[in-house]
Write a protein that binds this ligand. Structure first.
Ligand code: COA
Length: 164
C-alpha cells in the first residue's frame, strides 16, 4: 500500500529549508501532498493562489509530490483522502512547543493521524519565511535562502505585481 503524507504549511514563500524537509520526506513516503494553508490571519505577502502556483513550479520535477490549497481543517482533508501521515520539519527547540501542540491537536481530532518530524539541515536551521521577506523588503540578496524563481517572484511582488 502506498504511504502518503501531507506536508502542510503557509509557504510564504517556500524556502530551501522547506525543500530540505520535502526531499527527506520523499525518501520515507511514496507520495506527498503539499497543502498550502490560507492563513488569512497571517497577513501573508503572497495570496493563496500565488503560493500554490509558486510551490507547484518549484516542485514540478518531483514525480511523487502534488500541491493544493487548504482552506479548512487539515484533518478533514486527510480523512477525505484516507491520508494518515503529516510531515513537519523541526528546526530548533523553539519550534517544539508549537509543533507538539499541533501534532497532539490533530491526533485528538483523528486518533489515526501520525505526525512525522524531520530535522532541518543545519545550514538552514535559522531560516524562516519571514526572515526571507524581511531581507528582501530591505533590498538584501535572498539567493542563499530561496530558489531563483522564488527570488524573482518576491521581487515582482514587492514591485506590486501579481505573481500567478
Ligand atoms: N525551513 C524553513 N522555514 C520553516 C521550515 C523549514 N523546514 N519549517 C517551518 N518554517 C517556517 C515557515 O517559513 C514559517 O515562517 P514564518 O512564520 O516566518 O512565516 C514558520 O516556520 C511557520 O511554519 P509553517 O510551516 O508555515 O507553519 P505554519 O505555522 O504557518 O502552518 C499549519 C501551520 C498551516 C500547518 C496549520 O496552521 C494548519 O494545519 N492549518 C490548517 C487548519 C488546521 O487544521 N488547523 C488546526 C491545526 S492543529
Amino acid at each position: 500500500m502506498n504511504k502518503v503524507a501531507v506536508y502542510p504549511g503557509t509557504f510564504d514563500p517556500i524556502t530551501y529549508g522547506h525543500l530540505d524537509i520535502l526531499e527527506m520526506g520523499c525518501k520515507i513516503f511514496d507520495e506527498i501532498v503539499i497543502c498550502i494553508a490560507e492563513r488569512a490571519e497571517k497577513n501573508t505577502l503572497f495570496t493563496l493562489e500565488e503560493r500554490v502556483s509558486t510551490v507547484s513550479y518549484i516542485v514540478k520535477d518531483f514525480d511523487n509530490v502534488s500541491v493544493e490549497p487548504l482552506t479548512g481543517l487539515l484533518v478533514k482533508r486527510m480523512e477525505m483522502g484516507g491520508i494518515k501521515f503529516i510531515l513537519r520539519g523541526l528546526r530548533a527547540v523553539s519550534d517544539f512547543d508549537y509543533e507538539l501542540q499541533m501534532a497532539l491537536t490533530n491526533s485528538e481530532l483523528d486518533s489515526e493521524i501520525v505526525t512525522v518530524f524531520l530535522p532541518g539541515k543545519h545550514e538552514h536551521l535559522f531560516l524562516s519565511s519571514s526572515i526571507v521577506r524581511e531581507v528582501a523588503i530591505h533590498g538584501g540578496d535572498v539567493s542563499k535562502f530561496v530558489p531563483e524563481y522564488v527570488k524573482h517572484k518576491i521581487e515582482l511582488k514587492l514591485r506590486g505585481k501579481t505573481c500567478l
